[in-house]
Design a protein around this ligand. Structure first.
Ligand code: NAD
Length: 481
């Protein structure tokens, strides 16, 4: 691959950094910010993101769950608003607001006690104009068809914004994966994969991990699909372990991408360095923990993180590596030694430079937007901010880096994984990081130039570019027949 383009921000960093086996710059064995020694070497082992923690009394017991706005209504409202700005015809708006295909499956799984339990799963393809669809698979008790439609739609915009040859998809199963044994999880995954097999494939739809799923689950899906075909098809899914056609860098790609994009926005829009920034992260799964870690490694002070059970806070900063090791051992961040406890609501309202919602959609709404004190909201999660909250935040002068730009590092590296699997030729880690950063920053530049030209906020600018690219392709292809 050509490498004669100017150095990206992170390439400059890397000249003074040593790359670890995992590809993330390892930290020296430094004492914890609270003065406690490092208890675990997190950098030396394969880390599968943890499945989501279910609140003790079921998902509806959590206060934030009660406030969650309907993701599908948010996604549709966003299109309607942007359509007005773009002066789109009503029939084109109708076309963009609707998914192309939706699959609902009900399937039995034999549990460890030999009882049979029925599960319900989904897979939605939103738009296929630019290519096969791409999007995650979520295991969560609240998964439903509308949520999959919303997440599939957001994937269409994200892929178009990143100039990837994909449309958007999303799927999931209504399940709390933590309530299943490993064998039950494997059997359920294989049966779900079998049910959606006619709907997926390297040229049709390529799933990836999302909330509650991880690299191991991707490996089971790849194997199940391959068994039905009679030969190995690694390109059917991304986010796989390295040993079965995964790519270096995919596990941390979303979090590292959030850090790249946020660092660049901070510098270009506010003239501030990430080293001088304080950060709070809601959600400590794959996206949240890698965002916290990669920001910390670049000098930011991560003062608070949370998971579904609540959060921890220390004004001098937390070390996300130690916190990850602690959370793996104790099932969450609560009780982390030396830190204060805070609720998810309190975390969202902290006076920090960067707030990273990295849990679920619908967290920042008209009800709490006025209480947000962060200077920048970097959307690690998909759809964490409702349109009403967007307006309030804009009025308050808070910069919102939209999900389809901010967390696109994951799908960009998933695209690299798919390309490598199709070509059976694998790139090294430097190449992956270099190409990911360039893609993110090139598209960030485009978004910024639209904001300068039009005066629109970042989300409107990003949507305008993404939807514009899809409409251009629709016009070139024509509506069949
Ligand atoms: P994950 O399952 O690895 O982690 C989710 C985290 O959120 C867990 O720590 C969980 O305890 C916490 N959480 C759940 N409900 C919460 C609540 N109500 N309040 C606070 N914390 C809560 O999931 P993930 O893969 O990190 O995905 C997180 C978000 O990022 C989702 O919106 C997902 O769609 C989005 N995303 C993920 C990827 C990816 O590559 N995994 C890529 C782009 C976007």
């Amino acid at each position: 691959m050509a490498k004669n383009s100017p150095k990206t921000d992170d390439e400059a960093d890397r000249e003074v950094e040593k790359t670890s086996e995992q590809g993330i710059t390892p930290l020296a064995e430094e004492p914890h910010a609270n003065g406690q020694p490092c208890q675990a070497d997190f950098s030396s082992r394969q880390h599968f993101p943890s499945v989501p923690d279910a609140p003790p009394d079921g998902p509806s017991a959590h206060p934030l769950e009660i406030h969650r706005a309907s993701a599908y209504s948010v996604a549709q409202e966003q299109v309607t608003r942007v359509a007005k700005v773009m002066n789109l015809d009503e029939d084109m708006v109708e076309y963009l607001r609707m998914p192309r295909r939706e699959l609902i499956v009900h399937f039995p799984v034999v549990m460890d006690d030999e009882s049979i339990r029925m599960f319900t799963g989904f897979r939605v393809h939103h738009n296929t104009t630019l290519g096969p669809t791409k999007g995650g698979i979520r295991y969560h008790p609240d998964v439903d068809l509308d949520e999959c439609r919303a997440l599939a739609m957001w994937m269409s915009w994200k892929c178009a914004l990143m100039n990837l040859p994909y449309g958007g998809a999303k799927g999931g199963v209504i399940v709390d994966p933590k309530a299943l044994s490993q064998n039950e999880l494997r059997r359920m995954t294989r049966r779900y994969a079998t049910e959606i097999t006619p709907f997926i494939g390297p040229e049709i739809d390529i799933p990836a991990p999302d909330v509650g799923t991880n690299a191991q689950i991707m490996a089971w899906i790849m194997d199940t699909y391959s068994m039905h075909k009679g030969y190995s098809v690694p390109a059917v899914i991304t986010g796989k372990p390295l040993g079965v056609g995964g790519t270096v860098g995919r596990e941390y790609a979303t979090g590292l991408g959030v850090t790249y994009v946020t660092r660049a926005m901070l510098k270009r829009k506010l003239g501030k360095n990430i080293e001088d920034a304080t950060v709070a992260v809601q959600g400590f799964g794959n996206v949240g923990s890698w965002t916290a870690r990669t920001m910390h490694e670049r000098g930011a002070r991560v003062v608070a993180v949370s998971d579904v059970h609540g959060g921890v806070y220390h004004p001098l900063g937390l070390d996300p590596r130690h916190l990850r090791a602690y959370a793996d051992q104790h099932g969450g961040v609560l009780g982390y030694p030396g830190a204060d406890t805070l609720t998810n609501e309190e975390l969202l309202e902290l006076n920090v430079d960067i707030l990273v919602p990295a849990a679920l959609e619908g967290q920042i709404t008209a009800e709490n937007a006025d209480l947000i004190r962060a200077r920048v909201i970097a959307e690690g999660a998909n759809g964490p901010t409702t349109p009403e909250a967007d307006e309030i935040l804009n009025d308050k002068g808070i910069m919102v880096i939209p999900d389809i730009l901010c967390n696109a590092g994951g799908v960009v590296v998933s695209y690299f994984e798919w390309v490598q699997d199709l070509q059976a030729f694998f790139w090294d880690e430097g190449e992956i990081r270099h190409q990911m950063e360039r893609k993110l920053l090139d598209n960030l530049d485009e978004v910024l130039s639209v904001t300068l030209r039009t005066g629109h906020d970042l989300r409107t600018a990003a949507y305008t570019i993404a939807i514009g690219r899809i409409i251009q392709a629709v016009k070139l292809r024509g509506i069949y027949p």
